[in-house]
Write a protein that binds this ligand. Sequence first.
Ligand code: SF4
Length: 470
Amino acid sequence: MIKRATGMYEHFSRNGREAGDDRATHYCAGCGHGIILKLIGEAMADLGIQNDSVFVGPVGCATFCYYYIDCGHISAPHGRASAVATGLSRVLPDKPVIAYQGDGDLGAIGFNNAFQAANRGENFALFFVNNALFAMTGGQMAPTTLEGQVTTTTPYGRDVVAAGYPLRVCEVFETLEAPVFIERVSVADTKRIMQAKKAIRKALEIQKEKKGFAFVEILSPCPNNMREDPVKAAESFTQIMEKTYPLGNFKDRSEKAAPVPKNVPHKTVKELMAGGKETVPMKYNPSFRERRFKFSGFGGQGILSLGLVVAEAAASEGKFVSWMPSYGPEQRGGSASCAVRVWAKEIGSPTVDDPDVLIAMNQPSLERFAPTVAKGGTLLFEASIKADIKSPPGVRVIPFPASAVANESGVPKASNTAFLGAMTGLGLLPFSEKNIKDALAESFSAKPALVEPNMRVFEAAKKWISDNIN
Ligand code: SF4
């Protein structure tokens, strides 16, 4: 008597109806998927992990695995099961996470996801079903297709000169340090199924003990696309596939491997974003008018830091704010800019196309962005720049000698701070001066000796504005 599979649903709501049995899967006769899912379900039940496990299904013939194995399921987009399993295993470090992918799914579109997960030693079990083609979509060539194999997209057989060589995933993963267990098995006949059962169980034991990345490649016939009856398909699978994909264990360090630590130390969002300080909750303020800033100049002039100080000052008053940098190709000397939006409510897009305030610290950015300033806005630029300025009518244009102010204050590199002082003096920043200065001081928290000199520049810039503009 055939033992009733455990770990599976009592009735399959998607089933092979022609078999007249609601516990028959929908897979074609002779397909390996049904056998593999049964082996996984049984092992999960035997190990007592079924109620806790999350199974990440692929796109392909195995998509409907959630109709069969009785555990938690998530369906991943094509090729992304390893990426989804990575996320799950990190947020659910105590739960067994199991990913299942075919060779089109893992070997082609999702290879980098799976490879990088293996290289990081992510804490999940990955079952990789290799039938040497894209099965669900009609038998196209996959990276695992054998040399000379006829598929719908290689009608004359896979030509390795044009289409490359079959991808041996176990052999590739074997080169990596992190995986705990790698084995290739087959479900083409009873003897092989018994070996597959052991490998699947081993991978799930490793996952039960949360010891890291376990990988089992399973050679699985696809009689439908091989255009063979199930018995012949299984025979040719053992005779042909195993020449390219030899069965066996490639790595097993499960005895020595320790459970992966659950809580890898990391900084909280508060620590990352506010240096450990309490952040001010953002408040909706319908009377506050949106302000859009663009800061631009050469990389290395402190453009991005200037934008950050403005953004920090806004955040410290509970205003909604976004800061978006744009880098030139060079670290120094190329153009850089950043956009800052401050508003009374959530900001949908951080881009600024028509700033209310434009700071231009070099000629290319002055020429590029001056025409974009919004009507009624302000263009404040480095006065030493010789440029033909084309700003729209209704824009206030102020040449400001930021580099001279910074120089005379003894801090030649602080032109950006001079612009901050100038904006404050002109009343362009809708925040308290205390919060602006606090944000400026905070920006030098790693170099406290620079706080006082920059405050000098800030005050000198405000004085220049007071003496010459207001
Ligand atoms: S097409 Fe192939 S892989 Fe898909 S269910 Fe049928 S036999 Fe299985």
